[in-house]
Design a protein around this ligand. Structure first.
Ligand code: NCD
Ligand code: ZN
Length: 331
């Protein structure tokens, strides 16, 4: 039987929600990954030590004894230096959402200029900035239109580590080479799909997320960057569970639930392209170097045993539900 070992695979962009949803989805990530960057867009968002600590404890409790580190983030708002230096040891970064661009971002930033004082403090304290980089323009152009804002941020704060979250365009891949302090995450769905898969035939709500999947040439460029383990690119699933009732309805929520398939499907993808030797860097080493983190020394083994992705986990439909995957994580 063919098997493969990965050292401390990491998911550098993950939503686990709260309550019953957290209980359902957290074990699925903890089983496959040694750690994950936990997004703060709860209702209300994670903006205080109390909320941060109780959220971390809930994730820890739901991890079922796995060596799984939740790397916590704060939701960007104006913070003073005292608050951030106190929280510095307990967070991996602060996530900035322009107001209203995605799920639970209503209290995000309205004018990027207002963010400058907090960004200056983050730069001084060495706190990375994670960004949902979309404008309010035409939906397919939002990421590209945001690139000038990354230009301004990278120039004005040259010592601030800036992570472009879930990039989806070839322009964003090219942008990585422009500034030494700019990095990115990319999801599984943006490596696999284009807008045709989402809306070219019958609408596929379980592939609907922000930013949208894009053009074939965008996907090809992202895939080439991932398969070569571009040193500034990290895997971040952006697994974002919503109940089936919120996805299969009029007014479908944005978010693709990929946690249960993310790692096996990545292995399959890298194997198909004869790039398995690059997977370790893409799914862990790059992130360790960029964020200067040392995840639990955990080895995750995958075996080449086909399995059918369940139709549902709790109330959530996963990406590729009902399809057969070639690899699985073994306990
Ligand atoms: C995410 C969510 O549901 O929280 N949705 C999504 O479409 N990606 C938020 C986000 O990361 O944009
Ligand atoms: Zn996200």
């Amino acid at each position: 039987m063919t098997s493969l070992q990965l050292h401390a695979p990491l998911d550098m962009h993950l939503h686990v929600r709260e309550g019953d949803m957290l209980q359902t989805v957290t074990p699925l990530s903890a089983q496959a990954f040694a750690g994950a960057v936990i997004m703060p867009n709860l209702v209300p968002p994670v903006t205080s030590r109390d909320r941060l600590e109780s959220y971390r404890a809930a994730i820890h409790a739901a991890s079922q004894g796995q060596a799984f580190t939740p790397y916590m983030t704060l939701f960007f708002q104006s913070y003073d230096a005292a608050t951030l230096s106190d929280l510095r040891p307990d967070i991996i970064g602060i996530k900035l959402y322009p107001a209203g661009v995605t799920t639970n971002s209503e209290t995000g930033v309205r004018a990027i200029a207002d963010a400058a004082p907090t960004l200056a403090i983050m730069q001084d304290l060495g706190i990375p900035l994670l960004v949902h980089g979309e404008t309010h323009g035409f939906v397919l152009d939002r990421e590209r239109e945001f690139l000038p804002i990354y230009d301004q941020l990278a120039t004005r704060f040259p010592r601030l580590t800036i992570v472009m979250e879930h990039i989806t365009t070839r322009e964003a891949v090219a942008f990585l080479d422009r500034y030494p302090n700019v990095y990115a995450t990319v999801t599984l769905q943006h490596l696999l799909y284009t807008l045709d898969d989402l809306a070219g035939a019958l609408l596929q709500p379980h592939l609907f997320c922000k930013p949208l999947v894009k053009r074939p040439e965008d996907r090809e460029t992202l895939l080439a960057a991932a398969l070569s383990a571009h040193p500034k690119l990290m895997f971040g699933s952006d697994s974002a569970p919503h109940p089936q009732s919120a996805k299969e309805c009029s007014g479908c929520a944005a978010g693709v639930f990929s946690a249960p398939i993310a790692l096996p499907r990545l292995v399959e993808l890298f194997e198909q392209h004869q790039a398995l030797d690059k997977l370790q860097a893409f799914v862990s080493e790059n992130a360790q170097r960029i964020y200067r983190i040392q995840p639990p020394a955990r080895v995750v083994t995958l075996s080449k045993i086909p399995w059918v992705v369940p139709e549902r986990y709790g109330t959530v439909v996963p990406m590729q539900a009902g399809e057969t995957l070639a690899w699985q994580v073994v306990a």
